[in-house]
Design a protein around this ligand. Sequence first.
Ligand code: GDP
Ligand code: MG
Length: 259
Amino acid sequence: MNGAGPNVCVVIPTLNELDTIGELIAELSELENINVRAIIVDDGSTDGTLEIVGATSWWDDDVQLINRKKKLGLGTAIRTGIMRALELHPPPDYIVTMDGDLSHDPQAIPLLVGMCDSESVIIGSRYIEGGEIRGWNASRHIISRVANIVARVFGKIPARDCTSGFRCYGVDLKRAIAPDLKASGYDIQLEMLSEAARRGFRIGEAPIVFRDRENGDSKLDATQILKYAMTAFGLFIHAHNSRPHIADWKAYSRGNRVS
Ligand SMILES: Nc1nc2c(ncn2[C@@H]2O[C@H](COP(=O)(O)OP(=O)(O)O)[C@@H](O)[C@H]2O)c(=O)[nH]1
Ligand SMILES: [Mg+2]
């Protein structure tokens, strides 16, 4: 940290991102007018990602690696990274989450941070004016559109891009919602917005250009889509039955009825 500007901690979940993680870390370290630290949460990459992170020339204290050694899921990776960020000294003013495959441009971070405050989340949005997606095939577009309709209708989330993983959270919002997060997969994005909205925090959006990964493979699969649908349905049930938490639907659906 160089002492200038707001303190920002960037949380990056990684699973085999050898081709991009080094460049991403380098770009983060060069951002101006914000104090950036980074936490990389890896789930057992076997392609050399860990070695690249370990060899970063960025100041040691400002890049932390959480090596979880096996695939525990995107949701718990993000939650683990956020909990670690909340323990940092000095504490961050903002926590940014972003992917490790360079689909999210680090140069957009100052825009997200500039629009945020301690009780807001600003989504890097592909579905507002100025936002864009480059490189996706038709089926990926359809999955994303449907997931967003589901989030708005079932989750009542007041945003156009509810599935974007590129976000800036104010630290007070994060302290309030992080301990209660339960989602283990891609459904974490939906759960975090739902929790923020439910507690009256502000949800805003800033346009970003999303570029599909040029290296490696997407880890989005049918299991993640199913989990997302279950979580969205849980939100719907919760809204209509006033159940205390969406996790209760999961317990309920396992035959473990919540009173
Ligand atoms: N730690 C961890 N990271 C993951 C996991 N699944 C995906 N990621 C990371 O999360 C980010 C988004 O995943 P990606 O496959 O690019 O999803 P897509 O952009 O929706 O196709 C990338 O940085 C991945 O490496 C996981 O189970 N654990
Ligand atoms: Mg990606």
